[in-house]
Write a protein that binds this ligand. Structure first.
Ligand SMILES: [Zn+2]
Length: 201
């Protein structure tokens, strides 16, 4: 009889030893860095078209960013980037290639498609769209207007409950996220003193 509790202990311990293996995959990228580039301050905006040689792009971008921006690649659906995107708070998204302001969290929605989705752009000037027939179907490709980097595609009329029913299906790896600062929301708080002084009159 005394062997039974001991057996249970052994089973419990071996079971616990398996848990770290099952949970080994972390939500952040290699070296603990977030999969989507983030910055505290909004970057300076490009004032003219950004043109670089293929060699320069290779040196400045990560291999994943280079593949999407310069080679029209597509990041893996439902990957770490998508997971991070869903959990990000309010903020602004810039181009990882040239810092141009592209999207705002105001227009973000979960299309459950495996890639970051927005129903509008931050400014119509920041992106350009062109017809893409590369995959044997007609799609509208979205490119950064400033550095001509490939961002993703636009799909329309899918029935999403958004003001535009457009889905900017964007590779999150080519975005740079700058979260809104807390002080911005504090400024929006109504001033109470003004009302009090009026009541005295
Ligand atoms: Zn760009």
């Amino acid at each position: 009889m005394t062997n039974i509790p001991r057996l249970a202990t052994v089973l419990l311990l071996s079971g616990m030893a398996l848990i770290p293996v099952a949970c080994g995959e972390s939500k952040t990228g290699k070296n603990g860095k977030p999969a989507i580039q983030t910055a505290k301050e909004a970057p300076a905006q490009p004032t003219k078209p950004v043109k670089k040689t293929d060699e320069e792009w290779k040196n400045e971008l990560t291999p994943e960013q280079y593949d999407v921006l310069r080679k029209n690649g597509t990041e893996r659906a439902f990957g770490k980037v998508y997971d991070e995107f869903k959990h990000q708070g309010s903020g602004t998204y810039y181009c990882a290639g040239c810092d141009a302001k592209l999207f705002s969290s105001d227009h973000k929605f979960d299309a459950r498609c495996g890639w970051p989705a927005f129903y509008d752009v931050a400014s119509n000037k920041s992106v350009k769209s062109i017809v893409d027939t590369s995959a044997g179907m007609k799609r509208i490709e979205v490119r950064c207007a400033s550095c001509d980097g490939h961002l993703g595609h636009i799909f329309e009329g899918e029935g999403f409950n958004t003001p535009t029913d457009q889905r900017y299906c964007i590779n999150g790896i080519v975005l740079k996220f700058v979260p809104d600062k807390e002080e911005d929301s504090e400024k929006k708080a109504p001033a109470k003193e003004e009302k009090d002084s009026k009541e005295k009159e």
